[in-house]
Design a protein around this ligand. Structure first.
Ligand SMILES: NC(=O)c1ccc[n+]([C@@H]2O[C@H](COP(=O)([O-])OP(=O)(O)OC[C@H]3O[C@@H](n4cnc5c(N)ncnc54)[C@H](OP(=O)(O)O)[C@@H]3O)[C@@H](O)[C@H]2O)c1
Length: 442
């Protein structure tokens, strides 16, 4: 066992700064827990000279040279730069050099988790990535360890605090999307370029990582149907309230027989479900096991300090692992059996089909130029696809040129709903494309 465990950290931004502070402030407690001291030896950041670094222990070598950083010997390499390069190079090279790697980079993990696992396994190196999904919520450890004993059926979560803040504010204030987005940017809840968040892509990347740990299958995020929140209008919240629902952007992954259903979309969520009450910038993830039933984890999914707690937990685990506590790390993650052994089915797990058996009741909102025959036209499309209407609701509106109304339908296969929705979109009375949202009920 070495006398000290050396750490090299790349990226002195929001998370990196909080990690360095935490390592400094809790130094003696960590030393006591681990039995050996952790020592931060180098920090790589392209603009460290423009940052206030006087509080950092003077023994730490600050550098803006990648070569110098990679040349510094370290037991644990922490990647907190974000983006693709040089983050991927730092992670891959460090694993090849048998160094433990800790990263919060969801973008890279969603794309390359399989390659990193193989590298870690091949080179007997530790790989920690708890902070990549839901910041301070320890969901990956729960999936990998605590629930290893159960068959997971479903996972659904509010995985993007920016979108949850915007939807909560719209619901409360009745203000339109663009207004609330501007406020979110002013308050630091949304990036200057919010595209990744509001398009749903950030949630999709996180869902792909969660599905890998829950079901053992890597699903390319590009294959996951994804709908963002930009088309949601204030009137949708008044309609949703009539159905006793909130509107939440969710990532949902579900095992149905031998297949998987994955989707990112704003959902109408029944007020009887706990997820409907998670508001503001909070994240929440509900995992359901065949035997344990539903478990809900909720908390701060972003921000320097909460995310640093997950990063440093990985650093501490890497340090324990370096001292021989390797038992759990190579627990197989990929290809966890998705078939049901209880039914005696020993089918070799392969790539499951995606979204083949996915069904939801749906909410379909129209803004139309009023004229006779509109409901009949919509009803005839639904009838043609064998979809049963549950309700038709109209809000009082003084403008017949832009009249909102909603049709909800009974549970329908998503593949059928997609076909009906394509026909709704070309109806000539639409003022905007109709909004089709799945409904989540108890
Ligand atoms: N922030 C959160 O709440 C949160 C939560 C969960 C996960 N994460 C993940 O954590 C990682 C870091 O996020 P963050 O919010 O801390 O980002 P950040 O504040 O932008 O910090 C990144 C730091 O890395 C530096 N950097 C960027 N590219 C570089 C390069 N090519 N060479 C050297 N240094 C470079 C940046 O310098 P400049 O100042 O010059 O750009 C900045 O100091 C990301 O993967 C993110 O997805 C963040």
């Amino acid at each position: 066992m070495s006398k000290e465990i050396h750490i090299a950290l790349a990226g002195l931004g929001t998370v990196g700064t909080a990690v360095v502070r935490l390592l400094q402030e809790e130094r003696s407690r960590y030393r006591e827990k681990l039995g050996v001291p952790l020592r931060l030896v180098s920090i790589f950041d392209r603009s460290y000279r423009r940052k206030e670094t006087s509080w950092i222990d003077p023994s730490v070598k600050l550098t803006d040279s990648l070569d110098e950083f990679l040349g510094t010997p370290a037991d644990i390499v922490v990647e907190l730069i974000g983006g693709i390069e040089p983050a991927d190079h730092i992670i891959s090279l460090s694993l090849r050099r048998h160094r433990a790697v800790v990263t919060a980079n969801k973008l890279l993990l969603a794309q390359s988790a399989r390659r990193y696992f193989e590298l870690a396994r091949e080179h007997n190196a530790y790989l920690g990535f708890e902070a990549a999904v839901a910041g301070g919520i320890p969901i990956l450890r729960v999936l990998r360890r605590s629930l290893l004993s159960d068959q997971l059926i479903r996972l659904r979560g509010i995985l993007n605090g920016t979108c949850n803040f915007i939807l909560s504010e719209m619901a409360e204030s009745g203000r339109p999307f663009q207004d609330v987005l501007k406020e979110a940017q002013q308050r630091g809840y949304a990036e200057a370029d919010p595209t990744l968040d509001i398009s749903g892509r950030d949630t999709t990347d996180k869902l792909a990582i969660l599905a890998l740990f829950a079901f053992g299958h890597f699903i390319d995020p590009q294959l996951i149907p994804t709908q963002g929140i930009t088309a949601i209008s204030p009137v949708d919240f008044s309609f949703a309230r009539k159905f006793d629902c909130a509107i939440k952007l969710l990532g949902v992954a579900e095992r149905i027989d031998h297949d998987l259903s994955l989707r990112v979309s704003p959902f109408l969520v029944s007020e009887h479900l706990t997820l409907s009450a998670v508001s503001g910038a909070f994240n929440a993830i509900e995992v359901t096991g065949a035997r344990v039933g539903p478990i809900l984890l909720s908390g701060k999914g972003a921000g320097g300090d909460p995310t640093a707690v997950s990063v440093v937990a990985d650093i501490l685990n890497a340090a324990l692992w370096a001292q021989g506590e390797r038992r759990f790390h190579f627990q197989p993650v990929l290809n966890r059996r998705t078939s049901d052994r209880a039914n005696g089915d020993e089918r070799t797990p392969g790539i499951p089909s995606l979204n083949v058996k996915e069904t939801y009741p749906y909410y379909i909102r129209f803004f139309v130029k009023d004229r006779p025959g509109i409901i009949a036209a919509v009803a005839s499309i639904l009838a043609r696809w064998g979809i049963n209407i549950r309700s038709v609701v109209q809000e009082p509106c003084s403008d017949p040129l832009n009249l909102p109304f909603v049709i909800t339908v009974e549970p329908t296969l998503s593949s059928i709903m997609d076909k009906a929705a394509a026909e709704f979109r070309i109806l000539d009375f639409n003022r905007v494309p109709p909004l089709v949202l799945p409904i989540l009920e108890p």
